[in-house]
Write a protein that binds this ligand. Sequence first.
Ligand code: NAP
Length: 360
Amino acid sequence: MEDLECVFRWVIGSSVRLRERNVSEKRKVLEPDAGAIIFLHRSQFVADAFESMEDVIILGTGCAGLTAAIYTGRAQLNPLVLEGTQPGGQLTTTSEVENFPGFPEGIDGFAMMDNLRKQAARFGARYAHAKVDRIEMADGVKRLVCGEQSYEAKVVIVATGARPRLLGIPGEEEMFGGKGVTTCATCDGAFYRDMDVVVVGGGDSACEEALFLTRFCSKVTLIHRRDSLRASQIMAERATTHEKIEMAWNTLPQAVMADEKGFVRGMRVKDAVSGAEREIPCKGAFIAIGHIPNTDFVEGLLERDGDGYIVPETGSQVKTGLEGLFAAGDCVDHVYRQAITAAGMGCQAAIEAERWLAEQ
Ligand code: NAP
């Protein structure tokens, strides 16, 4: 009876929740769904384990991930979407999105992500909370290891986004997202019309944010910790010669100061040379000191650039070079980083995933 190795299986209705790792670990971990106990031949066990593998797992619920979910859902691939530590992504921290096409009055960032989520669910997307530690590849199967748990899929779309780097100074977190501290001039700049603001950073992003803000704000103070900008020459020149932009060189942010209502009233800074401290009055503090892509979990598996962004295959925006593994949105894109561009990449990844599955 050796070849009739039997295992117990618990099932609810037709749902099969065994995983392939159960096969290798021989009967060790059977998911405790309540119901009838049946006997199962080992070969059947393997077949069922394969059937229980997901077609598509999408990592991330920002614009890229949810757009990929809508497209793969409509393609009847029944995607499983794993939400990480920030369900809804960066837009959930934005008060109003005015530049996403189709919303003439603008839309609240949280509401927009909620709509995308519901739209994907309407086409069969399922959601689970899990933080992926690593992806293992074996014989075309992608195993997503999430602590003690693991998921398996034929296709994985990585859309884990990027998080803005923050200063880590007092007041920053408390006033972030709605009380005056923000990381996106494109999203929030218009709310600071005729007000004084500061931008922190010395790279292209900081210059770009500062220049964008001059359209609305009465004065923009660009705070940089050194005496020369990291930004490209053309951006640096535009910023330093703009009449509305005042440079604060060798200036180290110390704290974001709040008014009596808890909104930003200024930034306390320290002169890196003299050590003298002062407060720069402002209603908005834009932090533009770079982004950190959420890609640590693919280290050693996918090619990443020096800043951690996933490097797509030449000629594609979303193919990673590994079969059936795609990447989209801000974990790949370090240039545009807009909701609409992330959504576009999610769409591309979904279509590529669908084609790849059809070819298999
Ligand atoms: P970045 O080039 O890495 O610049 C980050 C800036 O923040 C640097 O000036 C850095 O100071 C400063 N900084 C970092 N940590 C800080 C801290 N704790 N306190 C104070 N200052 C801090 O990042 P980025 O500007 O986001 O640009 C990222 C990439 O995107 C770059 O390759 C850039 O060229 C590109 N980009 C291009 C454009 C464009 O072409 N229009 C627009 C945006 C971004 P130090 O200089 O002292 O290190």
